[in-house]
Design a protein around this ligand. Structure first.
Ligand code: ADP
Ligand code: MG
Length: 236
């Protein structure tokens, strides 16, 4: 198990129920601890792929193997638990709960994972430490998340993904709402935290300018075949 890559995909095929868009991945791997950027234009299937890897969507065929576990072997409850233990997710719109405090937002993943609760130790101290290291000042920690700027919310979303040291961080265009300088600063901070825990990062983006921050950069078109609405955008 320890030798298995963080993510391994073999011959996976997924089609949305409306039948319009289909994605086929013959082979893809994310090594443990690797920071990989997957580039593709809007509509290319980047979010669909992240949702397949995180088990939010299930492929119609093929294997998606996470840390040695084949996801299709897991029933829904086991899959939810597995995801809570091993994945930190940064969504494009951050998905913070607006009326909850910053601190309580960061603590959410610990509710769903005993493993991450144990790894976090003193949960509040851990959340405060992570927030501060990511540049969210202590006077903001008890404010409702909705009161923060976009840049601050994004750092809160990163702290929430990182708390309790999951082995894989999935990030869906988390820098798209930021200017280039702030995107760079955010990625530097994220990298420091990834180094501390050894987590792997798979980020998807349409923005090739952030490529310097990654160990490996690949185009979605080099691993995926698509058909449907926007396939010309990525297969051109
Ligand atoms: P990207 O993240 O690269 O912009 P997406 O994975 O969001 O691309 O979308 C890829 C394709 O899947 C698009 O054609 C989109 O319309 C389609 N799609 C996304 N979500 C759904 C859905 N819930 N139902 C049907 N089609 C969808
Ligand atoms: Mg997307």
């Amino acid at each position: 198990m320890e030798d298995d890559p963080a993510v391994l995909i073999r011959n996976a095929a997924f089609r949305w129920p409306d039948g319009e868009f289909a994605l086929r991945i013959d082979a893809f791997a994310l090594a443990r601890g690797e920071r990989q950027l997957l580039l593709g234009p809007s509509g290319a299937g980047k979010s669909t792929l992240l949702n397949l890897i995180g088990g939010f969507l299930r492929p119609q065929s093929g294997q998606i193997t996470i840390l040695g576990r084949e996801l299709s072997d897991l029933g829904q409850t086991a899959l939810d638990r597995f995801r809570a233990d091993h994945f930190g997710v940064i969504f494009q719109m951050f998905n913070l709960l607006p009326y909850l405090s910053v601190l309580d937002n960061v603590l959410i993943p610990l509710r769903f994972s005993r493993q991450r609760r144990q790894q976090a130790g003193d949960a509040h101290a851990c959340a405060e430490r992570l927030l501060s290291r990511l540049g969210v000042a202590p006077d903001l920690h008890r404010r409702p998340a909705a009161q923060l700027s976009v840049g601050q919310q994004q750092r809160v979303a990163a702290a929430r993904a990182l708390i309790g040291a999951p082995q894989i961080i999935l990030a869906d265009e988390p820098t798209s709402a930021l200017d280039h300088d702030n995107a760079g600063k955010f990625l530097d901070l994220l990298q420091t935290e990834l180094q501390a825990t050894g987590a792997a990062l798979l980020m998807v983006s349409h923005d090739a300018r952030i490529a310097d921050h990654f160990d490996r950069v690949i185009d979605l078109t080099s691993i995926a075949r698509t058909e449907g609405r926007n396939s010309e955008a990525c297969c051109g």
